[in-house]
Write a protein that binds this ligand. Structure first.
Ligand SMILES: CC(C)(COP(=O)(O)OP(=O)(O)OC[C@H]1O[C@@H](n2cnc3c(N)ncnc32)[C@H](O)[C@@H]1OP(=O)(O)O)[C@@H](O)C(=O)NCCC(=O)NCCS
Length: 352
């Protein structure tokens, strides 16, 4: 369908995009030449009338009326290998940032401060990628003060290759010298969306919804400690998201051999979420009811989300999983995810 899709207006300034647009026959092309062109580069401005894309050849101002299609695309790969493994660790951190929501985001140079009333570590930590625009020590002072004002412990995401030592990183060394503590080593796994979709073991209907349904939220609340007033905003906080669930309807309880299906709440028994940003699909919030684990529900739900992502042209997926969650890591690796990198949370103790 021609034009600027509504979802493109959620793409942030600074994202890498491709815009296909019609050339004007009179002076931009001769009668035999192509009638359309693709501009690839960084989206630097957006008005009611046009978009500006910084391409390798310079800035291109494109009138909206001439746009045929436009979408966000992943950052340029920085190393060889499968596309999902080829981004640098900092670039993948940038990609993952908006795939999880936060109630408040503020820039500190290229760093991003996030706060969400304490709900989730991702939503309440600084993403220190790039240059904070200040000497490191002053930047950390600012981070500590920003979280103190909000009654939260200052927390940073420190990323590196799998198994990296936080103290070998300049920021890590600065934080540890201030008494911040390291915890919760997390692996970042990535995959080609097509492979995950193709590994579907099959299973019951998966309901996909771009909106956050109260029943999905109720299942999510069973899966982890939640801060009720913050969770909906965080879960809806990506440029786009997709919520998946499997419910015990349509004879599923009998098929799964459940003896007392009637005693169960009618809500979802398995859920997952995609946060879509920078042309990647970020998987999160994957959970299966403890009584129904080991029957392939999470594998089927994840593959169904991958198929949905693929239909939208999203070729790459990422997820984060705690390094000691062997069951989940096995599940994801079987679906085609591979270990890209890792990160730890470094937290200022005693503050908050
Ligand atoms: C991780 C989790 C989502 C997996 O859900 P699931 O529906 O059991 O997943 P699947 O059945 O598709 O795959 C689970 C794997 O564990 C095996 N398994 C067997 N019995 C099991 C049991 N009783 N409980 C859990 N897993 C079992 C499965 O066979 C499969 O592995 P295998 O194919 O190598 O044998 C689920 O354990 C869970 O909700 N955990 C808590 C939340 C969590 O950790 N989420 C992931 C966050 S990244």
């Amino acid at each position: 369908m021609p034009g600027v899709p509504a979802s493109f207006d959620a793409v942030r300034i600074g994202a890498r995009v491709v815009v296909r647009w019609r050339l004007e026959r009179s002076h931009e092309v001769d009668a035999q030449g192509p009638s359309m062109t693709d501009s690839v580069g960084k989206l630097v401005a957006r008005t009611q009338g046009d978009l500006t894309v910084a391409t390798r050849q310079g800035d291109v101002v494109i009138p909206r009326a001439r746009i045929v299609a436009a979408k966000e695309i992943p950052p340029r790969p920085s190393r060889r290998g499968a596309a999902h493994l080829a981004l640098s660790v900092p670039d993948l951190q940038r990609v993952m940032g908006p795939s999880w929501g936060a109630l408040e985001r503020e820039a500190l140079g290229e760093w991003e401060l996030r706060a969400s009333r304490g709900f989730t570590q991702r939503g309440n930590s600084v993403l220190p990628v790039g240059d904070p625009g200040l000497p490191l020590s002053s930047a950390v002072d600012r981070v500590e003060a920003w979280y103190a004002v909000r009654g939260l412990p200052a927390k940073a995401v420190l990323a590196g290759p799998v198994g990296f030592d936080p103290v070998s990183d300049a920021l890590g060394a600065e934080l540890l010298s201030r008494g911040w503590t390291v915890a919760d080593r997390t692996l970042t796994l990535t995959a080609a969306t097509a492979q995950v979709a193709a590994t579907d073991p099959g299973g019951p209907d998966v309901h996909l919804d771009p909106e956050l349904d109260p029943r999905w939220l109720e299942a999510y609340r069973q899966s982890r400690a939640s801060v009720p007033e913050a969770a909906p905003g965080v879960l809806r906080g990506s440029p786009r998201q997709l919520f998946a669930s499997i419910a015990l309807g349509g004879g599923l309880a009998q098929k799964l051999g459940l003896s007392t299906p009637g005693s169960r709440a009618p809500g979802p028994v398995a859920i997952g979420r995609l946060g879509i940003a920078h042309g990647w699909a970020g998987l999160g919030a994957v959970w299966t009811d403890p009584d129904l684990r080991g029957r392939g529900l999470a594998a089927h739900l994840t593959a169904s989300l991958a198929a949905a992502a693929l239909r939208e042209g999203l070729q790459l997926m990422h997820l984060q999983v705690e390094a000691d969650n062997d069951t989940a890591i096995r599940l994801y690796e079987r679906l085609g995810f591979a270990r890209h990198s890792s990160y730890v949370y470094v937290t200022r103790p005693g503050a908050g």
